[in-house]
Every structure is written in structure tokens, then in C-alpha cells.
Write a protein of this length. Structure first.
Length: 340
């Protein structure tokens, strides 16, 4: 076979990229016609010591038709493509690994809509991956294979993908930590600027990432304890290490969520403190204005017998009375505040 270069996007069959791995573990780029020939030859017992990776775009209407016609995939894989439950998991079905992996888009901007799903069907000689939108981790894997990185087996390809996903998530966590650091610095400097809303949005994204990306422990435990008979021990160790790296990243996400929660509580406490201070000032103003309002109301009733009405010093006497009552009311209010 000669090395080929696929057009950007996918061809008529929906193939984004295809690679054939031989005994030298180097990936040779192939197109859909060559993939059809290899799959047909595999049915005749050829292709021993080789495996193939075909990556498809499900947005292409011809993808599922091609997969049904040439790959002989089980019904479980096609059911996974259309089910609503898309949490990350790796399951063993009829001696074949079916993986549902959630990943982020290339232009990820901490928006929950920037998360999409990658489906994989992995057996000893064929790896089929399919996605609706371009994803970061699988493109990192594609570039690694394209640059000549050796991949000795189909399970090592899956482990490589999980490690790439863990690396992508690590970068997202670092970016999120930088954002939280800036918000925390502005909070310590007394500048809130609606940072609580920003923290809430960031926390929702992290919760969604953790919920979608965390592998289902039960299915993964069963796989590691009872792997397919065609999986080598070294590949099983690689898969175990990849899941451990993934778990570390998920733990970092959970820790960052807790930190964001504490910052939100601190911001809420400061907002409440500011509101209480404003309410206290309003209360003081109301209390200080109460004596003069009461006395002014009494003296303004225009009825007979108003005291000091004819006294030339009446104004100053009333002003002194008002000032005295105001001072007493203010002293009582500030004293109560001080005791609290």
C-alpha cells in the first residue's frame, strides 16, 4: 500500500482518517477503499499480526451505511450510537470492547455545549471510532500516529486515547485554576465585579465534565478483572495506568469544585455583610430622623394650646429638645450595634 492523504473532514463513506498498523507498529494511512479490501481479506483469514484503526464522522449520512456493510459490528455498538445515556464507560460485549468517551471540542470555551461524545468498538484487529464533532483527544491521537509514534496493539491505541484525554482535561483544569486565581485575587483586593456569577458558570461546567467524563467504576472494574483473552498483559497494564491518570484528573476537578464553592460562600458572605451594613445605615438615618418628625408633626397640627407658641426662645428650646432626643436615640442604636 502507498501512503495516502485524506481530504480535510471526511470522504463519501464518512472516513476522517484510517491507519493500518503492521509488525513494526507504525501506522500507514489508508483510505476507505483500501480499508474495504483489508476488511474483506481479514474475513478470509489474512492480515494476521496487523490491526486497523478507522475514524469516522457521524455527521456524514453515509457513515452508518458503510459501517453496516463492511465492518460487521455488533448491534450493541449501533445501539450505543443512538442512546441518550452518554456517560463515559468501557464495556466488554461478546469479546469486544465498546467504549463511550466524552471529550471537549477544539474551541472549548468553558461552555457546557462544548462537550461531545466519541464511540469506539475495539477488538484484536479492528478499532472503529466515530464522533459527531471534532474532538481534541482523538485528534491528538491522530497526530501522534501521523507523526510516526508506534502503536503495537488495538488496546494500546485505546490506552493512548485515554491518556490524551487526561492531558486535555489537565490543561482545562489548569486554565480553570488560573481563572479562579484571578477571581480570588480580585476578591482579596475588594473587587467583586460579578465574579460570583462567573464562578457559578465555571462550577457548572466542571460538574458537567466530571459527570460525563468519569468512567463508570463497575464496568471498568469488571473489564480490568476479566479482560478479553486476546488482550496482552502489558496492554492491560497500560489501560490500568491510563485509567489511574484519568482518576487523578477527576480528583483535581473535584478539588477545584470545592475551592470554587468556598469562594462562592465567601463572596456571598461579603455581599450579605455589605447588605447588612447598608441596612444598618438606613436604620440609623430613620432612628435619627424619628424625633424631629414626631415633634414637627405635633407642632404642625394647627390647634390651640401649642406650647412655646408665643415664647421668643421657643424655636431654640424645641431644637434643643429634638437634638437631645436624637442624640439619645443615636447612642442607643450605636450601643446595640457595638454589642452585636
Amino acid at each position: 500500500m502507498q501512503t495516502v492523504t485524506l481530504p480535510y473532514g471526511s470522504d463519501q463513506s464518512g472516513l476522517v482518517c484510517g491507519y493500518l498498523f503492521g509488525e513494526d507498529a507504525q501506522g500507514l494511512a489508508i483510505e476507505s477503499k483500501q480499508a474495504e479490501e483489508w476488511l474483506a481479506a481479514r474475513e478470509q483469514g489474512h492480515g494476521q499480526g496487523q490491526f486497523i484503526w478507522l475514524h469516522f464522522n457521524l455527521a456524514n449520512t453515509g457513515t452508518e451505511k458503510w459501517l453496516n456493510k463492511h465492518t460487521g459490528l455488533g448491534e450493541e455498538f449501533f445501539q450505543a450510537l443512538h442512546e441518550e445515556q452518554r456517560s463515559t464507560r468501557i464495556e466488554l460485549v461478546d469479546n469486544t470492547l465498546i467504549a463511550v468517551i466524552n471529550d471537549v471540542l477544539h474551541d472549548f470555551s468553558f461552555n457546557p455545549a462544548d462537550i461531545s461524545t466519541l464511540w469506539l468498538n475495539v477488538d484484536q484487529q479492528v478499532v472503529i471510532s466515530a464522533r459527531m464533532k471534532p474532538l481534541k483527544a482523538v485528534d491528538r491521537l491522530r497526530n501522534a500516529v501521523k507523526s510516526g509514534e508506534p502503536i503495537r496493539s488495538s488496546v494500546e491505541l485505546l490506552s493512548h486515547l485515554l491518556r490524551d484525554q487526561a492531558d486535555v482535561l489537565s490543561k482545562i483544569v489548569r486554565d480553570a485554576i488560573s481563572r479562579v486565581d484571578r477571581i480570588e485575587d480580585s476578591l482579596l483586593a475588594g473587587k467583586q465585579n460579578q465574579k460570583r456569577a462567573n464562578l457559578g458558570e465555571l462550577r457548572r461546567v466542571l460538574v458537567r465534565l466530571q459527570r460525563l467524563l468519569a468512567p463508570e467504576p463497575a464496568a471498568l472494574f469488571r473489564l480490568l478483572q476479566r479482560p478479553p483473552n486476546w488482550v496482552a498483559e502489558i496492554d492491560l497494564q497500560e489501560l490500568r495506568h491510563a485509567t489511574e491518570e484519568f482518576s487523578v484528573v477527576l480528583h483535581d476537578i473535584a478539588t477545584l469544585q470545592e475551592r470554587i464553592k468556598l469562594l462562592q460562600e465567601e463572596i456571598a458572605a461579603r455581599v450579605n455583610e455589605g447588605n447588612n451594613r447598608s441596612l444598618f445605615v438606613l436604620t440609623i438615618v430613620t432612628v435619627l430622623a424619628l424625633p424631629i418628625n414626631i415633634i414637627a408633626g405635633l407642632l404642625g397640627m394647627n390647634v390651640g394650646g401649642i406650647p412655646l407658641g408665643q415664647d421668643p426662645q421657643g424655636f431654640w428650646i424645641i431644637a434643643g429638645i429634638v437634638a437631645t432626643f436624637t442624640a439619645v436615640a443615636g447612642w442607643l442604636a450605636f450601643r446595640k450595634r457595638g454589642e452585636e
